[in-house]
Design a binder for this molecule. Structure first.
Ligand code: CA
Length: 469
């Protein structure tokens, strides 16, 4: 404002010789100066950085108690923000979680309940065009929007990030990728990187490159605030890394765990670089950062550690969709706090809209909650009365209400757990707490009424995993 007025007076654009107009202009300038220092970011709105890991276990990072893998940068982020111990994603595997995250709605509402196949000719296998994304909304509110990393929301050009609200995109468009050029892989795992619709060769280790690309976006120091969705494919399979990373985890005996650990160390390094860039450009304090995994850790192939949770990726036991979950905004949120009420990835959308002073249309109804007043304790109540999950079009489902968790599988009697006493879901108490079980089942039925049949099938047919050990 002040700069605009200065420019206006100095340039005298209207050949302004009128002393009256000059007088008015100077009065406005003085008023602007009295308001205080000029704000670089319009309306003082924060930048929003959403960092998503891929297939990271609940206990695979230091701030969650991990001992064998060092993640100092993530631990530092936790120390500067709020750790949500009941942080959930809306699905126990990749693409549906991302669909829910970007729309702020349960992805079952619009049939995005499976992973899309890699089909560049398919107009169906991807995030339905009927849906508004967080990038659409924040861009309309004046945010620069960027996406770096794994997309996994459709291969056809109509689903490209640049068509879904992101001004800038660099990354791997499929569901995963090899980590270095020339390493073993097939299909979408070996396609070139994509930069705003143009193919481009990989440049070194993919996780490092994603961190660098994110840092470049941040360094541009745009005059308006920005939203950056940074979706790493690490530590998803294939468990490939560099000799340097391998050396840093050679103390781990199990070969799969060691290979996984190298990927996580690389992920932490890349996040460290991004955070460092936020700090060096003076943007750290006023950037709202979310960090979480897109689903729970796979425990058979990757040897992730979801301790003390039951099962892992694909399951609707806690290990499938309860994940490491951080929220940091030094200017606004408390530091080093632990928050225990359930939160979910759908909340990112509603929080971004609130802090960015953005607006959604009447036809797009986000289902998350603005977490900020809850994390600052301005609001003491839990953000959600209940949370819901469904996979395979209803083959498996679950409901969380306070301490209670009901887990159902088609054709079987639902199981009820008291998570306050039994976080590992070992003791089914449905028979002893039949009223609670019936209440949660009824709530699921009501929630499910607004869901639709999945609009595309997964590359592999969905299998019921609710009872995976
Ligand atoms: Ca995943």
């Amino acid at each position: 404002m002040r700069q605009l007025l200065l420019d206006f007076i100095e340039s005298d654009p209207f050949d302004m010789h009128s002393s009256l107009l000059r007088f008015v202009g100077k009065c406005l300038l003085i008023a602007a100066c009295l308001v205080g220092p000029e704000k670089v970011q319009a309306g003082d709105r924060p930048n929003i950085l959403v960092i998503v890991a891929d297939d990271l276990g609940y206990a695979d990072v230091g701030f969650q108690g991990c001992k064998d893998i060092s993640t100092p940068h993530l631990d530092s982020l936790a120390a500067d923000g709020v750790k949500c111990t009941n942080g959930f994603v809306s699905h126990p595997f990749c693409s549906p979680t991302r669909a829910g995250l970007l729309t702020g709605r349960y992805q079952h509402r619009f049939g995005h309940e499976n992973n899309p196949k890699w089909l560049p000719d398919s107009l169906v296998d991807g995030l339905p065009l009927s849906q508004t994304t967080i990038a659409d909304v924040m861009r309309t509110a004046g945010y620069e929007t960027g996406c770096v990393g794994k997309w996994h929301l459709g291969a056809h050009p109509q689903f490209h990030p640049n068509r879904r609200g992101f001004d800038h995109y660099f990354g791997a468009l499929g569901g995963g990728h090899v980590y270095l050029e020339g390493l073993k892989g097939s299909g979408e795992y070996v396609i070139p990187m994509d930069r705003n619709g143009t193919p481009e060769p990989m440049q070194g280790y993919i996780t490092t490159q994603f961190g660098q690309e994110a840092s470049k976006f941040i360094e541009k120091k745009r005059e308006q605030p920005w939203l950056l969705y940074l979706a790493f494919n690490a530590p998803h399979t294939p468990l490939q890394s560099t000799p340097e990373l391998q050396k840093r985890v050679e103390h781990i005996a199990n070969v799969e765990r060691r290979n996984l650990a190298a990927l996580i160390v690389g992920l932490d390094d890349a996040i460290g670089n991004v955070i460092s860039k936020l700090k060096s450009t003076g943007q750290y304090d006023n950037t709202l950062v979310f960090f979480f995994s897109d689903n729970g850790g796979p425990i058979t192939v990757s040897r992730c550690d979801n301790t003390p949770l039951r099962a892992g990726k694909g399951s609707l036991y806690e290990g499938g969709m309860r994940v490491p979950f951080l929220v940091s905004w030094p200017k606004k949120l408390p530091r080093g706090k632990t928050y225990e009420e359930p939160v979910i990835s759908l909340d990112v959308f509603s929080t971004a809209v609130a802090v960015g002073n953005a607006k959604t249309s009447s036809t797009h109804q986000p289902e998350g909650t603005n977490l900020i007043p809850h994390l600052t304790a301005e609001i003491a109540d839990a953000p959600h009365q209940r949370l819901f999950w469904r996979t395979g079009g209803g083959i498996s489902w679950a409901v969380r209400e306070g301490r209670w968790k009901l887990v159902g599988k088609k054709g079987e009697k639902p199981e009820l757990y008291d998570l306050a006493k039994d976080i590992g879901e070992t003791n089914d108490i449905a028979a002893n707490q039949s009223e609670v079980a019936e209440r949660l089942q009824a709530a699921y039925s009501v929630w499910d009424q607004d869901n639709v049949t999945p609009v595309f099938e997964s590359p592999r047919a969905a299998k019921p995993k609710a009872n995976t050990k």
